[in-house]
Write a protein that binds this ligand. Structure first.
Ligand code: ITT
Length: 195
């Protein structure tokens, strides 16, 4: 029987990407399957801090292995913002993109460099944690391109010139911050999956 792994996330976009990566090895659940677990206040100053907090909360409360993803977009011309505040930069995904494009109004192409960062934290029911980080370099485009992915993907341009939202799910995982973090965690996850 496959062990249970709880994705400590309420973000449907992350869930779809992570499901494709680990679904073969685990019986997967998400935060939606555990409505009694209180919402985690993501008040830590780092991606690592928030990822550990989310993973430990779910591992301890559910007594299962838990995996959390804390991620965001760091824009050089904005001093690394929105960073750990990416999900709360504005109320909706559309408004977040509008705010970002507005903040970069007048900033030339060469200065629009940015990176997506993802920290994955795996926590055991007894409270041990392992964190890995993945990053993806690119720049912020002048307008939205593409309909795939989620969040800031339509305005994140890869070195190829394509936006993240133009990639298929598998193409995105091959280059993305989340895909890279997952690769670093995969050996440990597979060992947990074997029991
Ligand atoms: P959980 O905490 O429940 O996992 P969340 O959306 O609040 O969901 P975060 O606090 O980690 O997650 O915020 C991450 C935000 O960064 C996310 O809402 C997007 O706006 C952005 N983001 C992260 N990864 C992204 C990706 O692959 N493509 C586009 N935007 C991304």
């Amino acid at each position: 029987m496959k062990p249970t792994l709880v994705f400590a996330t309420t973000n449907a976009g992350k869930l779809v990407e992570l499901q494709a990566l680990v679904g073969d090895h685990f019986s997967l659940k998400s935060a939606a399957d555990f409505p009694d677990v209180p919402e985690v206040d993501e008040d830590q100053p780092t991606f690592e801090g928030n990822a550990v907090k989310k993973a430990l909360t779910y591992a301890r409360a559910t007594k299962h292995w838990a995996l959390a993803d804390d991620s965001g977009l760091c824009v050089d011309a904005l001093g690394g913002a929105p960073g750990v505040h990416s999900a709360r930069y504005a109320p909706t995904a559309d408004e977040r993109i509008d705010k970002l494009l507005g903040a970069l109004d007048g900033v030339g192409e060469a200065q629009r460099t940015a990176r997506f960062v993802c920290v994955l934290c795996l926590a055991s029911p007894s409270g041990e944690t392992l964190c890995v980080r993945g990053e993806c370099e690119g720049r912020i485009g002048l307008r939205r391109v593409g309909t795939g992915g989620f969040g800031y993907d339509p305005v994140f341009l890869l070195p190829s010139g394509r936006s993240m939202a133009e990639l298929t799910r598998d193409e995105k995982s091959a280059v993305s911050h989340r895909g890279k973090a997952f690769l670093a965690l995969e050996p440990r996850l597979l060992a947990v999956g074997r029991g």
